[in-house]
Design a protein around this ligand. Structure first.
Ligand SMILES: [Zn+2]
Length: 406
């Protein structure tokens, strides 16, 4: 199939300024040409020519901190009462809704029942049309540590158990390994600053994962835990109450940062969320340090990617994109975080994450300029994944995710 998109503004997310009056040729799953103006030679034999009427073409968006089956809060207690199959169906619906909103890439960082691997296989094979999934399988925590009892977290103690648990995820097809190295918001009886995994455990995880060419990402709030994780060899840090030394270490070691800002910065959402008081207190209590650490990382040039850490993926990742700008990124920096840097974090930036000749054609078309107002990322008109046009029209009879599950 050959498609030509004409009359568009290309925001390629390589760092180039936007290019007006462009045409893009897509052949099968790849971008084969980018040119100024319309070219009759390229539209002549195209099966599909779409006049984008001055629309803005960007690479598909990414959420690199997702939990597809999770519900925060969970007023119907579904996570306690439903079957693994019910859970898996919701996870898939969440992912497919995200694709329709423009999210063509999702990294799943802790999922129960290996549902992430199943959906990845289903989407890759074309059983359903969904985003590209990069999956960690079950997250690993210490016994009684952060996230235990949720999202299938495996409780692991000592380097031997760690090697076994990491290899278990790799056996099932993990693209990355997820460790919980400090306390966090959602688990009772622990502080955000509390370090959990010990150095020999972190090192064992990194050694076993890196041996297979896979990266390790860590849930880490307290700066001491962040630094321990980096010393242990991890590749990406999630959340983070970063201090100067942590930022310096991230720059020096090329460690990625996924701040998940909406988890502490969206006060209105947090207060109205129905979460228990202890979670609200922890989230809002760390808001200032979180924002300050983010700004330090931004200033120092840490590689920052975009992840929302809550469901639905579409709703909260669009909100995360707005928070990144509100917290100090330019609109262009925000778009690069949500595209190129996120693809880079997943190890696929040579194929995805920007609009360049030869890359896979994962693209979105917006009806308004996101560089003027970042909220224009919500104005998605067209989504392509791998050169295929995704049906984003409202489906009659399809229930609303919020009404179904919240
Ligand atoms: Zn998370």
């Amino acid at each position: 199939m050959k498609t030509v998109l004409t009359n568009c503004v290309v925001v390629d997310c390589t760092g180039n300024p936007p290019m007006k009056g462009m045409s893009i040729t897509i052949e099968d799953d790849r971008i084969t040409e980018l040119r100024t103006g319309e070219s009759t030679s390229s539209t002549g034999d195209a099966e599909r020519v779409l006049d984008l009427e001055g629309g803005y073409v960007l690479p598909g968006l990414w959420d690199v901190h997702a939990h597809l089956g999770d519900l925060i809060p969970d007023p119907k207690f579904l996570l306690e009462t439903e079957s693994p199959i019910d859970y898996a169906i919701r996870a898939g619906r969440n992912a497919m809704d995200a694709l329709r909103a423009g999210f063509t890439g999702i990294r799943v960082v802790g999922e129960d029942h290996y549902a992430d691997f199943a959906w990845k296989r289903a989407f890759d094979a074309g059983v359903f049309v969904g985003p590209r999934i990069f999956a960690c399988g079950r997250a690993l925590s210490i016994t009684g540590g952060h996230g235990h009892g949720t999202l299938g977290a495996v409780e692991v103690d000592g380097p031997y158990e760690m090697r076994k648990a990491v290899r278990e995820q790799l056996k099932h097809g993990a693209d990355q390994i997820k460790l919980m190295v400090t306390g966090g918001v959602m688990t009772a009886g622990e502080g955000m600053d509390e370090s959990q995994f010990l150095m020999d455990e972190i090192e064992a995880a990194c050694e076993a994962a890196h041996q297979k060419g896979k990266r390790v990402c860590v849930h880490a709030w307290g700066a001491a835990g962040v630094k321990a994780a980096i010393r242990g060899g991890v590749d990406t840090v999630e959340h983070g109450l970063l201090d100067d030394e942590a930022v310096e270490m991230m720059v020096k070691n090329g460690v990625f940062y996924v701040p998940t800002l909406n988890g502490t910065q969206d006060e209105e959402q947090i207060l109205g969320s129905g979460l228990p008081d202890f979670m609200v207190e922890k989230a809002l209590g760390s808001a200032k340090a979180h924002l300050e650490g983010f700004r330090k990382a931004l200033k120092a040039g840490v590689k920052i990617a975009c992840g929302a850490d809550t469901s639905t993926v579409a709703h909260y990742t669009l909100s995360e994109i707005e928070h990144l700008t509100k917290a100090g990124m330019t609109e262009m920096e925000t778009l690069v975080a949500a595209t190129r840097t996120s693809a880079d974090l997943c190890g696929v930036v040579n194929q995805l994450g920007t609009i360049e000749k030869g890359k896979l054609a994962d693209l979105i078309v917006l009806s308004a300029n996101p560089l003027e107002n970042i909220s224009n990322v919500r104005k998605v008109k067209i989504v392509f994944k791998g050169g295929n046009l995704v049906d984003i029209s409202p489906q009659e009879g399809l229930g609303d995710f919020w009404e179904l599950f919240y």
